[in-house]
Design a protein around this ligand. Sequence first.
Ligand code: 5GP
Length: 189
Amino acid sequence: MELLKQRILEEGVVVSDQVLKLDGLLNHQVDPMLTMEMGREFARRFAEAGVTRVVTVESSGIAVAFATAYEMKVPLVFARRKKTLLADPDALCERVPSFTKGIVTDIMLSRQFISEDDKILFIDDIIANGDAARGLIKIIQRSGAELVGLGIVVEKSFQAGARTIREQGIRLESLVDITSLNDGTIVFG
Ligand code: 5GP
């Protein structure tokens, strides 16, 4: 997506060889017009998949997942990062390491909002090692729903996440592929 590449070049801040700060358009501030464009693009790519629900993880994926769900005219469900120790018999939970925070968090999705009749499109902001995505994929699989694919705004293909998910036979579409952040330079694939 050329428009997105342009905005990443203008507003992205290379923090290290591994991390690109995208606070200006994804992780702190959101541009509604650009975000709706992203949603339209995901909706176009998965138009034939029969999606019944869009799923993401709070919080940075929510805006683009909303835009996608709006275009597809289906509900958006966001997995919550769990802060309570109260056991909920109705919840599907997974523990995932956080790439940027260096901690583990529990993500939770209520069985009320996902069923074995669903065809799920999973939308997220950035994929690095793929831990967050793998956690949510496990939850979707345990729910009995069908995962039709992943739509990721920024794939950092020099990290293993996207590749290992594709190797599992899961369709993963990204809007922008970053192949390197070495020496402070953003290189697109
Ligand atoms: P993963 O679980 O794939 O290693 O990391 C995924 C999550 O970590 C993303 O949803 C995103 O919030 C955060 N993340 C990973 N890499 C980056 C990065 O380079 N920049 C920012 N801003 N967030 C990142």
